[in-house]
Design a binder for this molecule. Structure first.
Ligand code: 4NP
Length: 162
């Protein structure tokens, strides 16, 4: 059997953006019957919310889209950098924080702003909604769904069926 494509979504707290992205991407690959091709996880650059479920606002909006989030927050560790094939970060702070953990150019090449996969010409950033209102959380959900489609297209696995 072919090796799975290992994808790690990374934000600061691992309770808003990266669990939303994990859930959206998992939901998309499920819809396309491509689950068997992937290993998908998320984490935070901080350990502020270690062990917590996603923020209730994140879970509520995901639930409305039929996505049930059960992920528990965890902090990024050094092993993640070698283990995962794609390290998808949400903003420039995450990018700097993850980049600062390694000098290995192979790992540096795996660190990508998830927002680069959005379908419009907006900034390649998934903005932190934590101190904002529900509209910001809804925007995050829309953006991670859009970027999930773009990322799946980028991988080109659509046609690689069962
Ligand atoms: P996230 O949002 O990085 O999208 O999970 C945040 C969650 C918590 C905090 C900051 C951002 N915090 O400062 O506790």
């Amino acid at each position: 059997m072919k090796e799975k494509i290992k994808v790690l979504f990374i934000c600061l707290g691992n309770i808003c953006r990266s669990p939303a992205a994990e859930g959206a991407f998992l939901n998309l690959v499920k819809q396309k019957n491509l689950t068997h091709l992937f290993e998908i996880d998320s984490c935070g650059t901080s350990g502020y919310h270690d062990g917590d479920l996603a923020d209730p606002r994140t879970r509520k909006i995901a639930e409305k889209r039929g996505i049930h989030l059960t992920h528990r927050s965890r902090k990024l560790n050094k092993k993640d950098l070698t283990y995962f094939d794609y390290l998808l970060v949400m903003d420039e702070n995450n990018l700097d924080d993850v980049r600062s953990l390694t000098n290995d150019i192979n790992i540096q090449g795996k660190i990508i702003l998830f927002g680069k996969f959005r379908s419009d010409s907006g900034a390649p950033i998934v903005p932190d909604p934590y101190y904002k209102n529900e509209i910001a959380f809804e925007m995050v959900q829309n953006l991670v769904e859009d970027c999930s489609s773009g990322f799946l297209n980028f991988l080109g696995v659509d046609e690689c069926l069962k």
